[in-house]
Design a protein. Structure first.
Length: 295
C-alpha cells in the first residue's frame, strides 16, 4: 500500500491537476496560459554558484558546487512539464543535489508550447552540449531528464551521432514520455490508478509541441528511433504512472537490440516520484545520486 504522504499527494493531484488533462478544452486553456519564471529559487543561488547565458534564442543556467573550483564531471538536465510548463522547485532540488555531488549541472530552458515546437529544441540542445564538451569529457557527462524532459533527453541522445558528437556516458530517465502517440493499449488500465496524468490532455499538448508533424517521429517519440547505439540507461517509473507501459516497452526494445537498460519500478508510486518528497521516491533518489557520484 502507498504511504500516507503519497495517498494525500495523490488525492491533491487528482482534485487539482488531473481534471485539466482529462479535458481537451481545459488542456488548451492551460497551454495558452501564462508561463512561470524559470529562474532558480533564492535558496539555490545562496547554496551554489549560478550563471546564466544565452545560446541562440534561449537561456541556459549553469549550477556549480561552491567547493569544487573546476568540476570534472557534468549533468545535462532537461526538465519535464508536458512541454507546456517551466522548470519547478522539485527540479531545482534534484539539480542542487547533483551539484553537491561535485557536478557542473547544465539546465537548458528550452522553448515551450504553444509558442515553440520541438524543431527549435534540438539545435539549441546540440549547441549547449557542444559547449559543455569543451570543458567536460563525454565519459564523465550524464544526460538526465524527467517526463517530457526524459523523452526529449532520449530523442536528443539519438541525434548525437548524426551531429558528430560523442554520446554521454549514461542516460538517467525519470518517467520518460517516450511515445507521444499514447497508443499503447495497456495505458487504459494504468489510467485508472494514475492520479495525475490523462492521455486526452497529453496528446493535445503533444500535437501542439509537434507543430503539426507526425507524433510517431523519433524526435517526438524516441521509442520509434534508433535504440541499439544508445549509452546505458536507467529508467525510473512508478506502478501508478500512466507512462509505465511505454517505459516497460522502451526497456524491452532496448534490451532486445542488445542495449544496456535498467528499469526501476516503484510499487504504488505516481509520476516522477523521484522528484517528489514522498517516501516512495527516496530509494530512487539515492540510486540516482549514487550514479551521479560515480561519474
Amino acid at each position: 500500500m502507498p504511504s500516507l504522504v503519497t495517498r494525500l499527494a495523490s488525492l491533491a493531484l487528482r482534485v487539482f491537476r488531473k481534471p485539466t488533462l482529462e479535458s481537451a478544452e481545459e488542456t488548451r486553456e492551460w497551454l495558452h496560459g501564462p508561463k512561470e519564471e524559470p529562474r532558480p529559487p533564492l535558496w539555490l543561488t545562496q547554496r551554489h554558484w549560478i550563471t546564466l547565458r544565452e545560446v541562440g534564442d534561449f537561456s541556459v543556467y549553469t549550477v556549480l558546487p561552491r567547493e569544487v573550483e573546476v568540476p570534472e564531471k557534468a549533468v545535462l538536465y532537461l526538465h519535464g512539464g508536458t512541454y507546456v510548463t517551466e522548470i519547478t522547485a522539485w527540479h531545482w532540488v534534484l539539480i542542487s543535489r547533483m551539484a553537491d555531488a561535485g557536478c557542473r549541472v547544465e539546465v537548458p530552458i528550452y522553448g515551450l508550447a504553444p509558442e515553440h515546437t520541438y524543431r527549435e529544441a534540438f539545435p539549441f540542445l546540440t549547441e549547449v552540449y557542444r559547449e559543455l564538451l569543451v570543458d567536460v569529457a563525454p565519459e564523465r557527462t550524464l544526460l538526465a531528464g524527467d517526463s517530457a524532459g526524459g523523452g526529449l533527453a532520449l530523442a536528443f541522445a539519438q541525434t548525437l551521432p548524426g551531429a558528430g558528437l560523442p554520446e554521454p556516458v549514461r542516460l538517467v530517465l525519470i518517467s520518460p514520455w517516450a511515445d507521444m502517440t499514447m497508443s499503447n493499449p495497456d495505458i487504459a488500465d494504468v489510467e485508472e490508478r494514475d492520479p495525475w496524468l490523462s492521455p486526452v490532455g497529453m496528446v493535445e499538448a503533444a500535437r501542439v509541441w509537434a507543430g503539426g508533424d507526425d507524433l510517431s517521429l523519433p524526435r517526438l517519440s524516441p521509442v520509434y528511433g534508433e535504440l541499439a547505439t544508445l549509452p546505458p540507461m536507467d529508467l525510473y517509473i512508478g506502478t501508478r504512472d500512466l507512462l509505465l507501459p511505454d517505459t516497460r516497452r522502451l526497456h524491452e526494445l532496448v534490451t532486445e537490440v542488445g542495449g544496456d537498460s535498467h528499469i526501476y519500478e516503484e510499487q504504488g508510486a505516481f509520476h516522477i516520484h523521484p522528484l517528489v518528497p514522498v517516501p516512495e521516491g527516496s530509494s530512487a533518489r539515492e540510486r540516482i545520486m549514487r550514479t551521479v557520484e560515480e561519474l
